[in-house]
Write a protein that binds this ligand. Structure first.
Ligand code: AHR
Length: 307
């Protein structure tokens, strides 16, 4: 596979000479499934040959996959790093092999930003802030303490770190907001349910659940209903993602507010890949555009959601 593809980055044909190695986090959530499909479909329509691997939420698997892409001399490596730290060595190996790397969805905390060409994905701090702002507004007239439990994403991942800090920054301005319990649910429905069951047992007085993704929120809804409480009423729920199941629960009144995080990164990723392979300049950061949804808005857009 040559590294000087003559295609012009408009998708469709002409890019057949590009091979991309893509290391995906796993299949932990509805978001991730939609993201994988977006990457696979877009590679196909851009004429890019995709070598795809699923790391099952393990960093060591991602490092192995990246090393094997280096050995196979792919033209470009893209990956969504499960956690933020610990990438410098393998990224240096890719750089030494002159294979450009694109970060997609999640960031790394490497000080040496020459180790990758660009980072395409959401602003997770902003997502956390949007969640916090809704809460502050919802409880603006409340005098009593507001007891919040938090289901965090995968420990050490960019979205878990940033959604926590963005939320905290906004609610921290008013001492009535109290995070009384916070634990990881690893972005999965099963873990979300399990941890919420434990929260409910040890905290009789929960007002709000902030879940770092829809799947954990959906698992928690099962736990809340199992405890004889009404999700969305007895316990207000804020989640992130806006996948179909989440939007359905929002429209049904079981979730109160969702901050969107778009998984449809494939088309932009393929355009960036074509450019970096040709040695063209690309922006070092490409931020995904996103919105938020109330229950009313969810009812309106539900039928047209793509994922
Ligand atoms: O990195 C994006 C996050 O990863 C999504 O919000 C979550 O659902 C996924 O597992």
């Amino acid at each position: 596979c040559g590294s000087g593809g003559s295609s012009s980055g408009g998708g469709g044909g002409g890019g057949g000479s590009i091979t991309m190695g893509f290391s995906q986090v796993g299949a932990e959530s509805g978001w991730r499934t939609a993201n994988t499909k977006s990457v696979q479909d877009s590679a196909k329509s851009a004429g890019i040959t995709l070598k795809f691997s699923d790391a099952q939420q393990k960093q060591e698997n991602q490092i192995k996959a990246i090393r094997s892409y280096i050995q196979q001399k792919v033209d470009v490596i893209a990956f969504s790093p499960v956690v933020e730290s610990g990438w410098d060595t393998v990224l240096k190996e890719a750089k030494d092999a002159k294979i450009p790397v694109i970060l997609t969805d999640r960031a790394v905390d490497s000080k040496d930003t020459s180790l990758y060409k660009t980072f395409l994905g959401s602003d997770f701090v902003e997502e956390g802030k949007k969640a916090g702002q809704w809460l502050v507004n919802e409880y603006k007239d409340a005098k009593d303490p507001v007891n919040i439990v938090e289901l965090q994403g995968t420990t050490g991942s960019a979205p878990a770190n940033d959604r926590k800090s963005g939320f905290q920054e906004v609610i921290g301005a008013d001492p009535k907001f109290k995070i009384i319990a916070s634990q990881t649910g690893d972005f999965t429905r099963a873990k979300g349910k399990e941890v919420m069951e434990a929260f409910l047992k040890s905290n009789p007085d929960i007002d709000v659940l902030y879940a770092h993704n829809d799947d954990m929120g959906l698992g928690a809804i099962e736990a809340i209903e199992g405890a004889g409480k009404v999700p969305g009423k007895d316990i207000k729920i804020i989640t992130v993602d806006a996948v179909k199941d989440g939007m359905q629960a929002l429209a049904d009144g079981k979730i109160n507010f969702i901050v969107e995080c778009s998984p449809l990164l494939g088309p932009q990723l393929m355009d960036l890949a074509k450019k970096v392979v040709k040695g063209e300049q690309v922006p070092t950061r490409v931020v995904t555009e996103e919105t938020t949804f109330t229950q009313e808005q969810a009812k309106q857009v539900l039928s047209s959601r793509q994922y």
